[in-house]
Design a protein around this ligand. Structure first.
Ligand SMILES: [Fe+2]
Ligand SMILES: [Fe+2]
Length: 308
């Protein structure tokens, strides 16, 4: 019951000052009325300078004991879906952002996106360190870890990252002046993948581990990852709000991309082994509760953009 109570008020209970400092509309109740206040691209850059953190400072010794001594085989297996989706998701977004950065039309936007590339690289190293220090696999080399952990993913994950995102980024690499493609790319990257999927998964994973008192260094690092993601999503929201106001073609591009990708993203929220049942509960929360949280956050951001 306690977990359910926490979920119902989930978007407003994320009250950390450093999260709110990012100005992500999902963290502002006023966004329900379309009244959020966003930071400028330059202010988001300045915030990035103040919000640095080190993966190498985290001490995973209790995490290692929890993983091997507290969790049984079943629990370790069930945890692998979330971990794999994040580890590989971070690697993919880190490596796809270059063409998006280059296609962004203003200097202020490009400089911010350069900071985001550095963040995504750090997120990959964070997961790499978790796998290495905890001893998830015998291998410890990055590409071997990514390769092994990929067996836990589902087909929708591949469709979202390797088809939808990859094809748009390829188009931007060839034609960086194609503004409609950039609007589509940022809708998919910042609104759907980071805003809807990553921040939802992070919220529930951190809640569960904290309530169980397990994986403390993982939770600490993941909180920093989530703070970075709120900053990235604030950038995406500001960019899409400007473009939606500028031209109806861009509004249509945002809507089209959401319609195409949201059903796929929805499927990424549940592991391949989970039954197709909204009431199926894993790690303390049902799939329905997870979807509701994702929808509330997305709606707040879309209201700000002027699309909901
Ligand atoms: Fe990330
Ligand atoms: Fe990100």
């Amino acid at each position: 019951m306690e977990a359910k109570e926490a979920t119902r008020s989930a978007p407003s209970r994320v009250t950390r000052e450093d999260y709110k400092a990012t100005s992500d509309p999902a963290l502002q109740e006023a966004a329900d009325r379309g009244q959020a206040k966003l930071l400028s691209y330059r202010e988001l850059y300045m915030l990035w300078e103040r919000q640095q953190w080190l993966t190498q400072e985290l001490d995973f010794s209790q995490d290692r004991r929890d993983w091997h001594e507290k969790f049984d085989d079943d629990e370790r297996f069930q945890r692998m879906y979330g971990l794999s989706a994040f580890f590989i998701g971070e690697q993919k977004v880190a490596e796809e952002l270059g063409p998006i950065m280059r296609a962004a039309p203003t200097e202020e936007q490009r400089i911010f996106l350069c900071t985001q590339i550095a963040d995504e690289a750090r997120h990959v190293r964070f997961f790499e360190r978790f796998y290495q220090e905890v001893g998830v696999y015998d291998d410890s080399e990055l590409s071997a870890l990514l390769d092994q952990t990929s067996e836990h993913l589902n087909d929708s994950f591949g469709a979202l990252f390797d088809e939808m995102l990859h094809s748009r980024v390829d188009r931007l690499a060839r034609e960086p002046e194609d503004m409609e493609a950039l609007v589509e790319g940022i809708t998919l990257y910042h609104m759907v993948i980071e805003g809807m999927l990553a921040l939802t998964g992070q919220h529930f994973i951190m809640e569960y581990n904290t309530s169980e008192g397990v994986l403390p260094a993982f939770v600490e690092g993941f909180q920093n990852v989530a703070r970075d993601e709120h900053r990235h999503v604030a950038f995406g929201t500001a960019f899409l709000q400007e473009k939606a106001e500028e031209d109806d073609r861009y509004r249509a591009a945002i809507q089209r991309t959401l319609e195409e990708s949201l059903p796929v993203a929805d499927k990424v929220l549940s592991p391949p082994w989970a039954p197709d049942d909204e009431d199926f509960e894993m790690f303390g929360y049902t799939i329905a509760e997870t979807r509701e949280f994702a929808a509330t956050c997305l709606t707040r951001r879309l209201k700000f953009i002027g699309l909901a």
